[in-house]
Design a protein around this ligand. Structure first.
Ligand code: SF4
Length: 106
């Protein structure tokens, strides 16, 4: 094997590793963690990832059809399973979730 060929193989392997590392980093950046029901800020507002599981005794204002995807504070795109909500910085809420701060999207 010639020196040029060895250098080419090493450079190719390095480039591949770099691409994989970059894609992994982008994947990490593009998918913030989902808010967990057990997170203290979520518990404070009764957040649930499935609106139908909202505590209707504790939050009697809940009504069928209310969910993050129909909330004025929801910043996710239509059709996506989750998106940002200003109540939970650096996290995402489920489009089908709900919390007691729900307000109808205009
Ligand atoms: Fe969902 Fe709205 Fe509550 Fe945010 S404020 S968690 S979008 S219901």
């Amino acid at each position: 094997m010639t020196l040029d060929r060895r250098v080419f193989i090493i450079q190719s392997a390095t480039a591949c590793a770099s691409v994989v590392a970059t894609q992994f980093a982008l994947a990490q950046m593009s998918a913030p963690d989902l808010v967990k029901e057990s997170d203290p800020p979520a518990m404070a507002v009764g957040y649930v990832p499935d609106a139908t599981k909202a505590n209707k005794v504790k939050y009697p204002t809940y009504a069928a059809g209310q969910r993050c995807g129909t909330c004025i504070l929801y910043e996710g795109k239509a059709g996506e399973a989750s998106g940002p909500c200003p109540l939970f910085p650096n996290k995402q809420v489920a489009a089908m979730g709900w919390c007691s701060s729900w307000a109808k999207k205009g």
